[in-house]
Design a protein. Structure first.
Length: 671
């Protein structure tokens, strides 16, 4: 047995000893500050002690995973863990992070109710909906969000469900199967109430898409109410299998006009539609801003996907050895530049996007407070547009990076990465739909470029959060490499933003001059310029905000390492834009491209001794990561073997039948 105790892997502690910074200080910085970290650790400990939160080492059936999620949700309520954003914002924010890192399915189960349903009710409803919000906050009702329909997802303004004002009531109808509400999480089995979007008809006139809150199940029997049909959408990969995504049909479902979420609009007692906004555009932009909340949260999914990929990929690569110099020992695969190229940019992305998101959430909370107070200033309208524009490109950027990171980490872990117990494929499946929900990524990116185009057209060169201030700068092409690589990257991005913005604007004008309508012109100008414009806007803002956050760090050693991390994120994000920078004439000759590539290689080399300790600072506890390859003790081999030993096989359950076939084959004549 003693030979079994000798680990074939390298030591994670040896890697840790190479780091130049204090791990505790770094962890507090990267986990949202000491106060938030204290709360997170408190919640982690509660969950870790409870066997219900131990993750099974096998795929669960849909029924099993739903039951487990339901039981875990009940436990969360029993423990009084903070799910009400407005009652305890700090606790809610820390617990949301914990849930997000622990299990996306459980997080979605809770967030769809507490965040999306209650959030939309609070921002779009009024005094009339206060009692319902209080009930929701006490979990006396369970909410879901029904916007998407069978035949309309991205084109939300074209949804077909109707809510018609008839004899003092609202009557909901699904005029055809295309109008069936689909994908609504929590709807199929748990929800008692739904936030429904429908075309409002008053006096025979369509007033456009409005939000409504409707009861869908009886509060005592939990049966579906008359006038509604509800069902399940079936199996899905990853943690979302535990979410009951449902469908719903309205068959003359009647309810009171109180269902209308009437912030800024209403139906009067004598049956007239009224609204108080200066213009339809302003009305839309305020409600759009409120709906940005989900998208900003989803940036966090990209962050967590990158964190999980970096944690599992880097810890395993630090332990796993293959090959070595002719006369020496085998080396940990993390020492190979090719392997570092796969994983260190992911680590840098997780850290920088995390720092960006911390600031975004802070600013968004201030924005929401102003929105909820009923403010209707011009500046708030501008801020709504900026929040919408920025969340519309950072959500795609973060989620694309996150899903790609998990696929890369899986391959970077070789064959063992493919085991269920590595969790990497399950995580990839889990984060996969983040590219689609709360706005499909390609569609959202268009909204970000539209925002920038409209700012430029109106001559607005600065914005409330400062993200469009690059419009004040004069684009200057590359004149020579500065000592600080970040200055080079920022200058290149600012040039690229001007270039892609001007190109898109010109391409649109050219197309319109040649007779294209606005719709066609917009579609035909997406690929080469508008899409990179949106991505560059997201990346530059992430880089700048991450650098600003790092500059404020007091601890010199942590700050110094994180400065390098921001630079690695910056150069690795810029690399895919090199072609456009050369095509557009920002640079000619090899210098710029070569320096960007050299800089990335050098940063990956210098961050190599820091990376295991950096992973410790961002990683969730072992019971939450639950990856045999990614535990903090570096015992990847022992973890795998423990799982293999639990599956020792003597005789197959189908052995009798197998023997019968073998016997029969023995007596079969040769062909
Ligand atoms: C796991 C999961 C959970 C969900 N939860 C909810 C929920 O709780 N409530 C809810 O209401 N919805 C929910 N959704 C639905 C989700 O919001 C929609 O799937 C999403 O908005 C995209 O819509 P769609 O699926 O209809 O895609 P489509 O709009 O049909 O898009 C399909 C493809 O066409 C492309 N495309 C469409 N138009 C254009 C164009 N003009 N230019 C270029 N490309 C275009 C898109 O980019 C995309 O690649 C959920 C979805 C998933 C997967």
């Amino acid at each position: 047995m003693s030979a079994f105790n000798a680990s074939p892997g390298a030591s994670l502690d040896e890697w840790r000893s190479k780091a130049s910074f204090d791990g505790g200080k770094m962890r507090a910085i990267l986990q949202g500050g000491e106060d938030k970290l204290r709360l997170k650790d408190e919640y982690w400990q509660i969950m870790e002690k409870d066997p219900l939160f131990k993750k099974p080492n096998r795929h669960l059936s849909m029924e099993e995973s739903r039951l487990l999620t339901h039981q875990r949700w009940k436990k969360v309520l029993e423990y009084g863990l903070p799910c009400d954003m407005y009652a305890n914002y700090e606790g809610f924010s820390a617990f949301s992070d914990v849930l997000e890192e622990y299990d996306k399915g459980l997080q979605a189960r809770i967030q769809l109710h507490s965040g999306v349903f209650v959030g939309a009710l609070s921002s779009m409803g009024t005094e009339r909906h206060k009692e319902l919000i209080e009930k929701a906050n006490r979990n006396q009702i369970i909410g879901c969000f029904c916007l998407t329909e069978l035949s309309h997802g991205s084109n939300t303004q074209a949804i077909q469900t109707t809510a018609t004002y008839e004899k003092g009531q609202l009557v909901f109808r699904s005029p055809h199967i295309g109008a069936m509400k689909v994908w609504s999480g929590n709807l199929a089995q748990s929800a008692t109430h739904a936030l429904v979007f429908a075309q409002l008809y008053v006096g025979g006139k369509c007033e456009g898409v409005h939000g409504f809150v409707v009861q869908v199940r009886d509060e005592k029997t939990h049966r579906v109410l008359p006038g509604l049909r509800i069902g399940d959408m079936g199996e899905k990969p990853g943690h979302f299998n535990c979410i009951e995504n449902g469908w719903m049909l309205f068959e003359d479902y009647r309810c009171s006009t109180d269902a209308l979420l009437n912030k800024g609009c209403d139906i009067t007692a004598d049956g007239r539609y009224v609204h108080a906004f200066k213009s339809d555009r302003d009305k839309r932009s305020v409600s759009l801003g409120a709906l940005s909340m989900g998208r900003i949260g989803i940036v966090g999914m990209g962050v967590n996907a990158c964190r999980a990929a970096a944690t599992i990929g880097i810890r395993y690569s630090a332990v796993r050895k293959q090959f070595g110099p002719p006369d020496g020992d085998e080396l940990p695969i993390l020492t190979y530049p090719l392997q570092r190229r796969r994983l260190l940019p992911i680590l840098a992305a997780s850290i920088c996007m995390g720092l960006f998101q911390d600031k975004m959430i802070d600013l968004f909370s201030q924005y929401m407070a102003r929105l909820l107070s009923g403010e209707k200033s011009d500046e708030l309208v501008e801020l709504s547009k900026e929040v919408h524009g920025l969340s519309s490109c950072t959500k795609p950027r973060a989620t694309w990076l996150g899903v790609a990171a998990l696929a890369e980490a899986r391959a970077a872990c070789g064959g063992h990465g493919f085991l269920y117990i590595s969790r990497l494929n399950e995580l990839r499946d889990t984060y996969d739909p983040s590219q689609t929900f709360e706005g499909e990524n390609n569609i959202l990116a268009q909204q970000a470029s539209n925002y920038l185009l409209s700012q430029k057209k109106q001559g607005i060169v600065s914005s409330p959060m400062g993200t469009t201030d690059f419009l004040q700068t004069r684009p200057i092409s590359f004149k020579g490499w500065n000592a600080d690589s970040l200055e080079n990257v920022i200058a290149a991005y600012e040039w690229l933003l001007h270039y892609t913005l001007t190109k898109t604007e010109k391409a649109l004008e050219d197309r319109k001059r040649r007779g294209d309508d606005a719709f066609t012109a917009r579609n035909e100008t997406q690929i080469d310029t508008a899409h990179p414009l949106a991505l560059a806007y997201a990346e530059l803002t992430m880089i700048k905000w991450a650098e600003e956050a790092v500059k404020e760090i007091e601890d010199v050693k942590c700050r110094s390492v994180l400065h390098q991390v921001v630079r690695l994120f910056a150069v690795s994000q810029l690399q895919p834009h090199l072609t456009l920078l050369y095509i557009g004439g920002y640079c000619t000759g090899p210098e710029f491209g070569t320096r960007v590539k050299e800089e990335q290689l050098a940063l990956e080399r210098s961050l190599s001794p820091e990376c295991v300790a950096l992973v410790d600072a961002i990683a969730s506890p072992d019971f939450a990561v639950a990856s045999a390859l990614g535990t903090s003790d570096g015992r990847a081999y022992e973890n795998m073997v423990a799982d293999f030993f639990s599956r020792e096989v003597d005789r197959a359950p189908f052995a009798d039948d197998l023997l019968r076939v073998i016997e029969a084959n023995k007596t079969k004549p040769k062909l």
